[in-house]
Design a protein around this ligand. Sequence first.
Ligand code: KG4
Ligand code: ZN
Length: 336
Amino acid sequence: MAIILGIEASCDDTSAAVIRDGLILSNVIANQDVHKTYGGVIPELASRAHQQNIIPVVHRALELAQIDKKELSAIAFTKGPGLMGSLLVGVSFAKGLAQSLNIPLVEVNHLQGHILAHFIDDPVKELPHPRFPFLCLLVSGGHTQLVALQDPLSFEIIGQTIDDAAGEAFDKCAKVMGLLYPGGPVIDKLAKEGNPLAFTFTKPKVGGLNYSFSGLKTSFLYFLKDEVAKNLDFIEKNKADLCASLQHTIISILLENLIKASKETGIKEIAAAGGVSANSGLRKALITEGKKRGWNVYIPEFRFTTDNAAMIAITGYFKFLDGQTSALDVTPVTRI
Ligand code: KG4
Ligand code: ZN
């Protein structure tokens, strides 16, 4: 039996989770509302909030799991990518606790965590697991990648963004419209009332299976500037249509390469992961496309889309079983 405590503190959420043999026992997340008013994550404030939250969050995760810290087999933590000041809090805490309990430390790549969240088991609900090999569209605030997995611990990135991530496109365009951070969920909500074909925005032309979102952000900004110059109320009057059209464009860019990747690799087991996979339009489009193309589509539970420690614990569990533990001098990395 392996009981893993997962710790995630890479950006603006402090989270701790306990997983026993792949089964989730707890997953506690403390969000940081402090960044909302600034329109983005302020690194200094994020590290300070992690410092305040980490002990109560870990305590609560153990309490909810009804696990004593002495029963833990290992501690898995996010090594990166992320904000240095945030990562340092999680890594230092994990090291201290692992050393005091004399148990192994397991470093986890945050992005791998998002993908392997698909392998979490739940005691009250059966969660489907993709079969290997499968393709994963990983879409978060910092990354957009197409990943092919052969088994839980071996994967290949077959396409990725050359500039902004899909989540960044949502967040930056939302900011231009004066919406609160993070903009993705706000756009998702407003888009439900709008017409996705009201406005068209140019799609980037990037080679292979790569993505680009910075051009879309710029063309959206200039389009709004022109329209607002003619009519000051343009954004307010067209908010729902703007959100629906923007979301529609981002989704079609994401799906185009996913379809291409499935054709090129012949893989029809298709999963989505990361914060943007919470988007209702993307979830619907994946199901529709999947039916059309004979894919088995795996969409994560909402609670496992955005940052959480359960995904770190499950990845740590696979690595622990494989004997992949880390030395005590391990340090966080902002990029991987
Ligand atoms: O995976 P995540 O929690 O953090 C990173 O690792 O980056 O992803 C956060 C991103 C943000 O850009 C946020 O706007 C986006 O996920 N997001 C969404 C939705 N929920 C979160 N984007 C579109 N629609 C949503 N419903
Ligand atoms: Zn993330």
